[in-house]
Design a protein around this ligand. Structure first.
Ligand code: RET
Length: 271
């Protein structure tokens, strides 16, 4: 059982969680439009990154929407606080299932925008999928024990962390190779690495939240932490990869990319 079900919440705490869950779904809906509307300014070779971002958004909107509805339905006002409603349970398990879709897609995008091709693409892709799904599913098993925080919680958490460290190593190698192949976007690739490292590493902190603060405030903090991580690891990441893809497209001479590079000074025509 998730530790969310252990507490009673003040109206403020209840509202903040609901607001943050729906805000996150709304951010994803807005980002979905952005990716689809800007896709045509990216060359056909790289455009799949916009469509993959859109796929992540659709799955995350459904997940966050379902989670917001579930939060709303799980607790009832009992006259003094929001308490667990009869026969209801809140669970974060939805999130893990959603990651099973989003994590492989986000990692595939990194290979595309990193310019990794051929046999290297295949071998890195397989590593990413095995490490990513291994990390999520072992973590999923561990989180069922978060109330006890016993051997299963720590053991599976540790196994998951090993998969995560492997995943980080592959991601670092991909970005290093991408910078060598595409030096004109090296700065932006560095920024993607920092964003990746910080936003992904927030998830294990959320996993540990029942141990860090076993209180109603801890529950609210965990949902805030998840939402922050979600917005940066999915939506902001997608915007950054789109930016890199457009810059690469412009450098390749793709006209729609050059025409829409509003952040570059226009080349003045010499008469
Ligand atoms: C778990 C279990 C505890 C140990 C570790 C974890 C890592 C989770 C990560 C999740 C990333 C999710 C993303 C989702 C985007 O949709 C599973 C919490 C290390 C890194 C990026």
């Amino acid at each position: 059982m998730s530790f969310e079900n252990m507490f009673e919440y003040t109206p403020l705490q209840f509202e903040v969680v609901l607001a943050v869950l729906s805000l996150t779904a709304a951010v994803f809906a807005a980002a979905l439009f952005y990716y689809l509307l800007t896709a045509r300014s990216i060359s056909p070779r790289l455009r799949i990154t916009s469509y993959l971002s859109a796929v992540v958004m659709v799955s995350a909107i459904i997940e966050l929407g379902a989670l917001a509805i579930r939060w709303n339905g799980s607790f009832d006002w009992n006259g003094s606080a929001f308490a667990l409603a009869d026969g209801e349970l809140f669970a974060n398990g939805f999130r893990y299932m959603n990651w099973s879709i989003d994590v492989p897609v986000l990692l595939t995008q990194l290979l595309v925008v990193g310019g990794i091709t051929g046999a290297a693409f295949r071998s890195k892709w397989i590593r990413f999928i095995v490490a990513g799904l291994g990390m999520i599913w072992t973590g999923y098993i561990g989180q069922f024990d978060e109330l006890e925080a016993g051997a299963s919680f720590w053991g599976w958490g540790a196994v998951s962390t090993v998969f995560y460290l492997w995943l980080l190593k592959v991601a670092y190698d991909v970005i290093t190779e991408a910078k060598v192949n595409q030096p004109n976007v090296a700065g932006a690739l560095n920024a993607v690495w920092i964003l990746f490292l910080v936003s992904w590493t927030i998830y294990p902190v959320a996993y540990l939240m029942p141990v860090i603060s076993e209180t109603a405030g801890g529950v609210v903090a965990r949902q805030l932490i998840y939402s922050f991580a979600d917005i940066f690891s999915k939506a902001v990441y997608g915007v950054m990869l789109g930016y890199i893809a457009q810059k690469l497209s412009a450098d390749e001479g793709y006209e729609p990319a050059i025409e829409t590079s509003f952040w570059e000074r226009p080349i003045s025509k010499v008469s």
